[in-house]
Design a protein. Structure first.
Length: 404
């Protein structure tokens, strides 16, 4: 339009030039100005940024390498100060265990721990189903923003003398030399992680020689001669040593009277059992030996709420709410607790009693968007019901409805 206006002016066609300048071009300028205003309005919520900053680069590097380079950015200090509270959101009834683990992490972050050793090393003792594995997962998520930052080693696979080669890799000339070790290769690829040695007492004594080097020097040499650093890992070992002692003093996995498994006498007997099983030089290199408490009824009620919160979040994405009566929660407490496995069956109970029938009802279109689904205890089990807002459409679940 500007070119046409200039051509009209040079040709002396002043009427056409005026029409272009004050007519067509003026309207287009207004449209451009309006579009620019709309663009400025959506910039704060745009998915892509025109410029990147240090935080963006840090997040990308962390995603590529698995190294949390954003750890000590602004706000991280406060996060560490309140680490206990964050872990207690997932781990119930284990305040002493949470405190000891948090203290070790804070010592490392403050630069007060040995830089040549792992961030922390612990032995977890206690009955099954009381939160040992959940604390490990919560710790991985807290430290590295990812539950998958967890290297799990089942020590029942290392009961033979030659199994050490599987851990660090076969020496040159042997089958599997190029593959690397099952432990060293995982840590080499992801140096910032939580390493879990499950049922440590089942490992062959030769395996402990490798563990001594990890605990004392924070490194291990694999079969190819490469030095793998464990200085940015948290080492956690679980053991069933002394489980018979726990059974004699406290009901397994659940305490009807809220008694504490980690009393001084029980702890003393557990430590005695550990000393008779493991060498002193191994135990002396561990930062803390943590005895997990059995769970009281109040703890189990809180675990039910935590498990249901995940279901509530899934339903909220579909515009639905869920409410359980006290009677329904009592049914879950009864069905989700096992005297042998503690609170471990609770997730399966919620899936069997709530998620499975609820998924069927959603697929059938029985519930509609905006409803609050109420669950109560009936004669034949849990009963589902909800009020129906007017003018709403049935909510039909997708193919992966309520995947656990």
């Amino acid at each position: 339009l500007r070119q046409e206006e200039e051509q009209a002016s040079r040709a002396g066609d002043w009427q056409k030039a005026a029409e272009l300048r004050y007519g067509c071009r003026a309207e287009i300028d207004k449209e451009i100005q309006l579009a620019e205003q709309q663009l400025e309005a959506v910039k704060p919520t745009a998915l892509l940024k025109e410029e990147i900053d240090e935080d963006d680069i840090a997040r990308i590097v962390a995603k590529w390498t698995g190294i949390p380079v954003t750890r000590m950015l602004e706000g991280e200090v406060q996060k560490l100060v309140h680490m206990d509270d964050r872990l207690r959101e997932r781990v119930v009834g284990q305040d002493e265990a949470v405190r000891l683990v948090s203290n070790a992490i804070r010592r490392n972050r403050a630069g007060l721990s040995d830089p040549d050793r792992p961030i922390g090393s612990f032995i977890f003792l206690g009955p099954t189903g009381v939160g040992k594995t959940e604390l490990v997962r919560a710790l991985a998520e807290f430290l590295f923003d990812d539950e998958k930052a967890l290297v799990r080693v089942d020590m029942s696979e290392y009961m033979e003398r030659h199994a050490v080669a599987r851990m660090i890799g076969a020496p040159p000339g042997y089958v599997g030399y190029e593959e690397g070790g099952q432990l060293t290769e995982q840590v080499r690829r992801r140096p910032y992680s939580v390493v879990l040695f499950d049922e440590i007492e089942k490992a062959h004594p030769e395996v402990f020689n490798a563990l001594l080097q990890i605990l004392d020097e924070g490194r291990l040499t694999d079969g190819q001669g490469r030095t793998v650093s464990f200085r940015n890992t948290v080492i956690i070992m679980t053991s069933n040593v002394g489980s018979s002692t726990l059974q004699q003093h406290v009901p397994i996995g659940f305490s009807a009277h809220g008694r504490d498994a980690a009393t001084a006498s029980v702890r003393g007997k557990l430590l005695e059992a550990l000393r008779s099983t493991f060498r002193p030089e191994f135990l002396n290199r561990v930062d803390d030996i943590i005895v997990f408490n059995s769970l009281s009824r109040e703890h189990l009620v809180e675990i039910v709420s935590i498990q249901l919160r995940r279901l509530e979040n899934q339903l909220a994405e579909r515009g639905l709410k869920i409410e359980l009566t006290e009677a329904a929660r009592e049914v879950l407490l009864k069905e989700g607790y096992d005297p042998v496995y503690g609170a471990r069956p609770m997730r399966r109970a919620i899936q069997r009693l709530i998620q499975d029938p609820l998924a069927l009802k959603l697929l059938e279109g029985e519930f509609r968007e905006g409803q609050t689904i109420t669950i109560d205890a009936g004669a034949g089990g849990l009963v589902f019901g909800a009020g129906l807002p007017a003018g709403t459409a049935p909510v039909r679940a997708p193919d992966d409805a309520l995947a656990a």
